[in-house]
Design a binder for this molecule. Structure first.
Ligand SMILES: [Zn+2]
Ligand SMILES: [Zn+2]
Length: 374
């Protein structure tokens, strides 16, 4: 399916719309013949004109919906209205907030501890104490290790600390609208209410529920944009949510998916490199050729830990490369998105090349650097 082409020609300020977030960033959406896209200012690059583009729908739509949206002529002055109801907090959130927050960081502390120990075992015990080679070779071994190590830590940091993006302001219900919807006595009336809101704001929502209604979040009081889901751990709706990953204590989603895939790739590379380097010493261990008993314990563990992580990382990494090439999130691969015409697993597929650039950008160099695409 051909991808939209008009997107790059739309100047950033042609339809400026507040996205409802406190960071002052702007967003908007553009409809083309074959797709609907939401555009956001890159949260990591607020001063530039750089936009992240998120394909929401790649399906033909009604002729009436194909017109470009003029945000200045929308019938509702959204800035004048309260946007959402206060949310209730459950017992845990109210009373054990700090304990729960601290516990959520334990997997991250575990990963960082393993990385730090791996650094010590490789550089000090393997290269420093055990490897019998000229100094330049030792330095080369260590430098190669540090390449994988630094890239792994960098992409890990970016995955953890890149905030996920909540739906733009237009998708949030006002207090009046929530009250109106709650007063509906039948499901038909509720669907009609939502339809009126979607029509009046011209929201680009194509995905539907199993019963054919709009996808809504009663916790956030909003109409979910396509591909957005509510994360119960983050307690928020997140754009293009892939899954919530406890190992990064963050949602893997629209804003940090590239960093997450890079983290998987670089940590897989680090494991393979460490396992390959320690393998000859692992063989020596069984022949009783390794002298220093303290070092050989570290080298043995380094080999086993590297192999163990490499196996689990390989399956995850190659699975996410496959999903990237299909423009499919983990959630969508398990639960096929539903549209007015029925379920469609390939709804967002724009072809392998375009799917790749959606995540990794046009530049081959930038694709491997854990920074936002230019
Ligand atoms: Zn929500
Ligand atoms: Zn989450």
């Amino acid at each position: 399916m051909a991808g939209p082409t008009e997107l790059d020609e739309v100047p950033l300020d042609s339809h400026p719309v507040s996205n409802g977030l406190d960071d002052g960033s702007k967003g908007g959406y553009t409809k083309t013949e074959s797709s609907t896209e939401i555009q956001f200012m890159d949260p990591n690059n607020k001063d530039s004109n750089h936009r992240l583009t998120h394909v929401v729908t790649a399906q033909p739509m009604n002729q009436s919906l194909n017109q470009p949206i003029d945000m200045n002529q929308r019938p509702m002055d959204i800035n004048q209205r309260p946007m959402y109801m206060p949310r209730r907090k459950n017992f845990l959130q109210k009373n054990c907030r700090y304990c729960v927050s601290a516990c959520k960081w334990l997997p991250v502390v575990f990963i960082l501890s393993v990385l730090c120990w791996g650094h010590y075992a490789f550089n000090f015990q393997l290269v420093g104490n055990t490897l019998e080679a000229p100094v330049f070779l030792k330095v080369l071994f260590s430098l190669l290790f540090h390449f994988w190590f630094v890239m792994c830590l960098w992409s890990y940091y970016q995955t953890i600390f890149t905030e996920s993006q909540q739906p733009p302001r237009e998708f949030w219900l006002t207090i009046d609208e929530v009250e109106r919807i709650n007063s509906c006595s039948t499901e038909e009336q509720r669907v009609h209410c939502y339809q009126e809101i979607v029509d009046s704001r011209r929201l680009p929502v194509e995905a539907r529920t199993y019963s054919g209604g709009f996808r809504t979040c009663e916790k956030c009081n909003l109409i979910k944009p396509d591909r957005a889901h509510h994360c119960s751990v983050c307690d928020a709706c997140v754009l293009k949510m892939d899954h919530h990953c406890p190992w990064v204590n963050n949602c893997v989603s629209f804003t940090n998916y590239k960093f997450f895939v890079l983290f998987l790739g670089y940590s897989f590379g680090l494991c393979i490199y460490s396992a390959g380097s320690s393998f000859p010493f692992f063989l020596k261990f069984w022949k009783n050729d390794l002298g220093n008993s303290y070092s050989k314990l570290h080298i043995l563990f380094l080999f086993f830990v590297s192999i163990m992580f490499a196996v689990s990382l390989a399956s995850l990494f190659f699975y996410h490369i496959y999903l990237t090439l299909k423009n499919r999130s983990t959630l969508e691969s398990f639960r096929t998105p539903i549209f007015r015409y029925g379920p469609d697993k390939k709804a967002y597929d724009l072809g392998k090349k375009r799917n790749w650039t959606e995540i990794f950008g046009d530049s081959m160099l930038m694709a491997f650097i854990p920074l936002p695409n230019q």
